[in-house]
Design a protein around this ligand. Structure first.
Ligand SMILES: *[C@@H]1O[C@H](CO)[C@@H](O)[C@H](O)[C@H]1NC(C)=O
Ligand SMILES: *[C@@H]1O[C@H](CO)[C@@H](O)[C@H](O)[C@H]1NC(C)=O
Ligand SMILES: *[C@@H]1O[C@H](CO)[C@@H](O)[C@H](O)[C@H]1NC(C)=O
Ligand SMILES: *[C@@H]1O[C@H](CO)[C@@H](O)[C@H](O)[C@H]1NC(C)=O
Length: 555
């Protein structure tokens, strides 16, 4: 299993690295698309890179050269960075333009960080804070990584809680007029950066002051202000209650003067919901329904939604997070979401009062030199490329692939009559008919149906001896049948040794809340990619070509 993952992971990266984008981006129904004539889909698969903590310096630069961090981002398959910034970086001149990185670090007694900077990024150490921030954007541009600038907080520092004074318009540190000024400043400053494709207005609105009326009032002002300064960028608008709630948009649309540049965002973490006290299937079913009700419904209305934060403890020992991830993956693949993983940082210069604080959610390790947990990262590899959307229609009709959310890969043909887990790029066309026949078709060939032959044995492909299959459990992610030999009630499962698809006793039916059914979770996902074709580069235009640069300057 390990070896297979490893190989497929790097094959996949090879594909991603060759992708180039046509900027600026805009929207077409629920999709984000490039600026080509056809407007081909660009799927945002971002990583969050914090630059909003106490020092207001992009994290990690005392550990590794900025260039090598950017390289790592690309090699891990991300095409974009959500780069966070504190408002004061844009509104307080004596902070942003005068204070240098060195001074900011020394304010907190971070002598080791200064020494690290001297080794890894000496040219940035004595730049004013805002110039250092620009250096990060420029370096990412050099590596063709898109950037979304996210106003994360006002005062530099770890975010967020209800009463930190940064939560909602009118809070102690959240003056709406100052906020608009800051957005304008950043929007105009980065209008010449061709890789800055989006600006997210404000992270996680929250707290006792939050209300819908002020949300409409100030978010539309903020959106117009950004668009006026830089009409090229996507304007990204977050919801209430820590960016989990956009449900009020059902009743009243968000009106702005411009078109095809508006995207909504939401956050989703396992530690927010309760993943205990009920069966996992029930919880996943409930959380998914809640996500759809609070924000996912926008996609169904043809409005783009970007899951700009989700993440898990990369050590893989947090049961809650692992369950969340399997549930998230099923929905993320099904909806083919645009997303940003939390977080790149393996450690922070200082977080709250802890110096050199380790980040267990970081995809990089403490020293920012290698991947913290390659198994966890591999799970999201499949959702780093798009399944569908404008310009990605390669097959005559959309097809379904069979996705296994807890491993992040798909069911593929093993031999003529058997199945195993493998790369989703090699997936055949699946169908669950109204007569409960589950079938697999290779292009242009006749189809085979799935036969549950015997319990604890491989599931077989057959031309006519078909079993009946039912999606069941509250998550609708388990597929059950009755074996032909013995009449046992079974579910599709994966043998963890051989990776083969087998039938086993259906897990967790007795309501045991500490039972983990995820090896038996499968999701039929729509894909229009044809089998074995690699995703095509989105556009052959380099973001540095004179034409695209002129375009971004002249509008
Ligand atoms: C601006 O930044 C300076 C330097 O960090 C700080 O002393 C001052 O209090 C800040 N002003 C405001 C209004 O936050
Ligand atoms: C990585 O995560 C997996 C679970 O996804 C866990 O089993 C493994 O122990 C983790 N490895 C490391 C090195 O933390
Ligand atoms: C519940 O499931 C766990 C893990 O599979 C198992 O160890 C435990 O014995 C089960 N409890 C009951 C009451 O079946
Ligand atoms: C841009 O145009 C200038 C002058 O026309 C030319 O010298 C330069 O090589 C061009 N750059 C690129 C990246 O095409």
């Amino acid at each position: 299993m390990e070896r297979f993952f490893f190989i497929s992971f790097f094959l996949h990266l090879f594909v991603i690295i060759n992708v180039t984008f046509g900027f600026p981006l805009s929207t077409n129904s629920r999709w984000i698309v490039d600026d080509g004539n056809e407007g081909q889909r660009v799927k945002l698969t971002c990583i969050n890179w914090p630059s909003h903590l106490e020092t207001a310096v992009a994290e990690g630069l005392s550990k590794q050269p900025i260039d090598s961090i950017s390289e790592k981002i690309v090699s891990m398959g991300f095409n974009c960075v959500r780069l966070t910034w504190p408002l004061y970086l844009a509104t307080n001149e004596s902070f942003s333009n005068i204070m240098t990185v060195r001074q900011s670090l020394l304010t907190f007694g971070l002598f080791e960080a200064v020494s690290g900077f001297q080794v890894h990024n000496p040219s940035i150490l004595d730049l004013p804070l805002i110039k250092a921030f620009q250096e990060v954007v420029t370096c990412l541009e050099k590596h063709r990584v898109m950037v979304i600038l996210d106003n994360h907080i006002s005062q530099p520092g770890w975010c967020c809680n209800d009463n930190d004074g940064n939560g909602f318009f009118g809070d102690k540190h959240f003056n709406p007029d100052l906020w608009i000024k800051g957005l304008e400043k950043m929007a105009s400053m980065f209008a010449i950066s061709s890789n800055v494709v989006g600006m997210s207005l404000r992270n996680e609105l929250r707290g006792p002051k939050q209300n819908i009326k002020d949300w409409y009032k100030y978010m539309s002002k903020g959106a117009e202000a950004v668009h006026a300064m830089n009409p090229n960028v996507l304007v990204i608008v977050s919801g209430l209650s820590y960016d989990t709630d956009l449900s009020f948009l059902r009743d009243k649309p968000f009106e702005v003067s411009f078109k095809r540049k508006l995207v909504f965002e939401r956050h989703w973490y396992g530690f927010w919901g309760s993943w205990e006290g009920d069966t996992l299937s029930k919880i996943c079913g409930r959380e998914t329904e809640n996500m759809m009700k609070m924000s996912g419904f926008l996609l169904e209305k043809g409005i783009p939604l970007f899951v700009s934060e989700f993440g898990v403890n990369q050590r893989g020992n947090n049961g809650n997070d692992n369950m969340f991830l399997s549930c998230f993956m099923a929905l993320a693949a099904d909806l083919d979401l645009d997303w940003a993983l939390w977080v790149l940082a393996g450690s922070y210069y200082i977080r709250d009062t802890t110096i050199d604080s380790d980040e267990s959610y970081g995809v990089l390790d403490w020293s920012w030199s290698s991947i913290r947990n390659i198994t966890t990262l591999q799970k999201i590899t499949t959702i780093q490329s798009p399944f569908q959307g404008p310009g990605l229609m390669e097959t005559h009709q959309s097809k379904k692939i069979m996705f296994h959310p807890s491993s992040g890969i798909c069911i593929v043909r093993d031999s003529l009559f058997q199945l195993k887990l493998g790369s989703c790029d090699e997936s055949e066309t699946w169908r669950l008919s109204s007569h409960q026949v589950l079938s697999v078709t290779k292009e242009e060939e006749e189809s085979f149906c799935l036969k549950a032959d015997e319990k604890d044995e491989s599931v077989l492909l057959s031309k006519s001896d078909c079993s009946k299959w039912k999606l069941f459990s509250e998550s609708k992610l388990q597929l059950s049948s009755i074996t032909k030999n013995g009449g046992d009630s079974v579910c599709l499962d994966v043998d963890s040794e051989s990776n083969k698809i087998v039938t086993r006793r259906c897990k967790c039916l007795e309501g045991n809340t500490s039972c983990d059914p995820t090896s038996q979770w499968f999701k039929l996902v729509t894909s229009t990619k044809s089998r074995l074709t690699k995703p095509k580069p989105f556009l052959e235009i380099s973001p540095y070509s004179n034409t695209s640069l002129q375009k971004s300057l002249s509008v």
